[in-house]
Ligand binder design. Structure first.
Ligand SMILES: *Cc1c(COP(=O)(O)O)cnc(C)c1O
Length: 361
């Protein structure tokens, strides 16, 4: 093993370049770069087939997908969400003119705790927006029971969760809309990209119009839209990468199980509680017993040019201390103590052994 090569927390999974350039040649020949071109349509079809979906709209990134979901459902007022997420979940809510209301998480699954949602509902609440954190399904049954009782819409931030399942079905089939990300660091990537999975045709048509400046197929302006289009160049990369998706998934599963087995005897570390048949193993987070210990371990790894990442840190409810800070003690505590270890296709067993040894000492 070369000792001077840095090991980062992640590295994009990429199909062989030759396969991508072959697709790019078609793009050059056609001269169609965007506007719902044939590669975007083909990617949408293949994603639908692979995950058993009916209504999928590819867009330019996962943040736009979240904003389009909020827009398509005409949400106003307050949206109940989790503080243990990436900031994009919150910025999407705010850019659509809504107010995020933070509901604390379950300390084991790290997902929104449905038992704590009800007390946060006010006359202004219009939706619940949970995240399937690290690809681990949130308590969908619990969330949807509260939503049904109070007639709230449900959007899932499924940015991490392409390939995860819930009760034997793709996790993307739940909620009014699920928003996904194909960002470079996600399990399935188009460099930048994402999409919305809608529960019915009406929402699907609406999302397509919003993506294209508000115009429908007849070029009538029927929605308040914007530009959410995915390009052919990105869709082509997605088509190439999709062929390797199963391999990437099983490789991550293998690596996660290896890490977990080797680290499980350490008293100062615990893990996110996952259902092994439902998660997509897209990250490998470890939770330390104290922030002090996390910092010490991180320092030790950094000294060997190994760069795990504090993710998610800080808990996003603390960002908004100025407007409406609402404590979320579990999320705030976990955020300070959680570290995602390197996990990607090219990561070698020897490198994992080295990481495990440094943490264990
Ligand atoms: C990556 C991510 C997003 C945003 O996706 P982009 O494609 O990067 O815009 C939203 N939510 C979560 C939880 C994410 O991890």
């Amino acid at each position: 093993m070369r000792n001077n090569k840095p090991i980062f927390v992640t590295k994009p999974s990429l199909a062989p370049l030759k396969e991508y350039t072959k697709i790019l040649k078609e793009v050059w020949r056609r001269g169609v770069l965007t506007h719902n071109g044939p590669l975007v349509q083909s990617l949408e079809e293949k994603i639908c087939r692979k995950f058993g979906l009916n209504y999928f709209v590819a867009v330019s990134n996962g943040t736009i997908a979240l904003q389009m979901a909020i827009k398509a459902l005409k949400l106003k007022g307050e949206i109940i969400t989790t503080p243990f997420t990436w900031i994009a979940t919150i910025s999407a809510i705010k850019w659509q003119g809504c107010q995020p209301v933070f509901c604390d998480i379950d300390r084991h699954t790290l997902n929104i705790d449905p038992a704590k949602i009800e007390s946060l509902i006010t006359p202004l609440t219009t939706a619940i927006l949970p995240v399937h954190v690290f690809g681990n399904p949130c308590d969908i049954e619990g969330v949807e029971a509260v939503a049904k009782k109070h007639k709230l819409k449900v959007i899932y931030d499924a940015a991490h969760a392409v390939g995860s399942t819930y009760k034997g079905k793709s996790i993307l089939k739940y909620g009014d809309i699920s928003a996904i990300s194909f960002h470079a660091t996600k399990l399935m990537n188009t460099a930048e990209g994402g999409g919305c999975v809608a529960k019915n045709r009406k929402l699907y048509e609406k999302l397509k119009c919003i993506r294209f400046f508000g115009y429908n197929d007849q070029k009538n302006m029927v929605e308040e839209g914007f530009n959410g289009k995915m390009t052919e160049v990105h869709a082509g990369l997605g088509l190439a990468n999709l062929r390797y998706y199963n391999k990437v998934l099983s490789d991550r599963k293998h690596k996660c199980l290896y890490y977990r087995q080797k680290l499980s005897s350490l008293k100062f570390i615990s893990f996110q509680e996952c259902k092994t048949n439902e998660t997509n193993y897209s990250y490998f987070p470890v939770i330390f017993d104290s922030e002090k210990r996390l910092i010490a371990v991180k320092k030790k790894l950094n000294a060997k040019r190994i760069f795990p990442r504090r993710y998610f840190f800080p808990s996003v409810n603390t960002y908004t201390k100025n407007d409406n800070y609402r404590p979320a003690p579990i999320s705030e505590s976990i955020s300070k103590r959680i570290l995602c270890l390197p996990l990607y296709w090219e990561l070698k067993v020897d490198e994992m052994k080295k990481i495990i040894k440094l943490i264990s000492k």
